[in-house]
Write a protein that binds this ligand. Sequence first.
Ligand code: ATP
Length: 366
Amino acid sequence: MATVRLENIKRRFNNVTAIEDVTFHIPDGEFWVLVGPSGCGKSTILRTIAGLEMATSGKLYIGEKLVNNIPARQRDVAMVFQNYALYPHMTVAQNIAFGLQMRKVDPNIIQERVMSVARSLSLEHLLERKPKQLSGGQQQRVALGRAIAREPQVFLLDEPLSNLDAQLRDDTRAELKQLHQELGITTIYVTHDQVEAMTLADKIVVLNRGRIQQIGTPNTIYSQPTNRMVATFLGSPSMNTVPAKFTSNGFDVVGQILPCPNSVREKLRPRIGQSFDLGIRPEHISIVESSEREEGEPGELTLEVKVVEPLGRETLLRTGFPGSSAILNVQIGTDILPQRGDRLSLKFNLDKLFVFDSATGDKLYP
Ligand code: ATP
């Protein structure tokens, strides 16, 4: 096990800067997840740590050791890719044992490790099979098992579950978490999947265009995003953002007025007349039932239901402003089921409102 420290790491490919000034320090034994849109540099960071890419500049430490010039095979890291490659002519047991044999580990220890890894990944009954006799999910677990058996200082996992079907993905995700809790090996994990990021990570690193946007616990990233990109990236459905003009009465949202908390008013007072992006998560908007309300009460906006998506435990509504293409996702319970075309009064939890600079996406409030 080891810490992993990146200091101002940059990687350029000719005229493309894949990662720029990436700095973070992963404490020993933690599980960190790198997320961000396609092409933001996640895999490049992982490959640089593995030694499969060389940093253009910056310093990379595994433990106390500066490893910039240490070749991949001497870094004591194990990497599992989305497109893992098992040796087709070897059995599952031989595949898992391979890395240990290459390192000339005692055969008794190899046998023990193979059995223990097979047990924890439910592969015991498959040990004598060849890869082509396995399902995709089983093959992926063998690839994970091969990495785990080596007991490296650091695990690097690049979308290791993305080839699995939904059920297997959920199961393997939980197994991975349990394995990490048992083994405590420092792990860096790249994914597009929000649920994986939220459920597995001690810390999430959100990247965009090669730069770190925010590092934090899943809860911090979700509830205190530093900018519009982070706010809208994590969460499914994601945070709504709608353009709104700040007026002396509050925000003008497509012709309807949303009053704003005093703290927002104070903060934006010098900017009356300017437009901002308001951010609100779908679970922070609720329907005001007609019996409860006076028509047009402050804090409510009237929207029209465009699409209703019942999800079993909850219902997702896509609602639109009359005369505008802006869409607002609303997450509600299952006790009422609005219909397409209904006009709803929606109440915003103003304590959960975000204000972003429309041009830069910087968070202005809270
Ligand atoms: P994805 O989620 O799609 O896998 P990613 O976040 O992992 O993307 P990277 O694969 O790290 O992104 O790529 C970051 C940027 O660097 C992209 O613009 C990519 O096109 C570029 N890039 C990566 N490898 C090379 C290379 N060998 N030569 C040139 N450009 C590259």
